[in-house]
Design a protein. Structure first.
Length: 157
């Protein structure tokens, strides 16, 4: 419960109040799940910036210098997005259980090369180089992926 002493008095002009009312009405008119789509759009904007504009060397330096939590958060976010994506892809099946292929093809790089997520040949495989694997300090792994790699290395020995 908010106490009266914790509340601030704020002066609003009529213009400010009308802007707030219009924004509220506009949000309500977008439908009850407008935040779902708004969040997806925001994530896409942020991902586009991180992928296309961030310097990968700078990101690697930051992640390797005590901020491996960011790698963990991206990994967890991917797991969550995968679950939502799979859920909706299953909902897009028709009564006969056939996927609507027009929803399963996409052009992630904008180069006209459409990828099919159900075709294993189209899925990207990113592998670590042997040099990178050998450079990992398993006494001080950075992030979820390196910890998993070190655990696997430990289990093989």
């Amino acid at each position: 419960m908010v106490k009266k002493k914790d509340m601030k008095k704020v002066r609003l002009t009529e213009k400010d109040l009308m802007r707030i009312v219009r924004k509220t009405i506009n949000e309500e008119s977008k439908g009850e799940n407008y935040m779902f789509f708004s969040n997806l759009k925001q994530m896409r904007r942020q991902l586009d910036i991180m992928i296309n504009e961030f310097d990968s060397n700078m990101v690697n330096d930051v992640l390797n210098n005590g901020h491996d939590w960011a790698d963990d958060h991206i990994t967890e976010a991917k797991v969550n997005i995968d679950q939502v994506f799979d859920f909706f892809m299953n909902k897009l099946k028709d009564e006969d259980g056939v996927e609507y292929k027009d929803y399963s093809l996409w052009d992630p790089y904008g180069d006209g090369d459409m990828l099919d997520p159900y075709d294993s040949e189209d899925m990207l495989e990113e592998k670590w180089s042997e040099k990178y694997k050998k450079s990992i300090d398993c006494n001080n792994p950075k992030g979820f992926s390196q910890r998993a790699h070190c655990q696997g290395r430990k289990n093989r020995n």
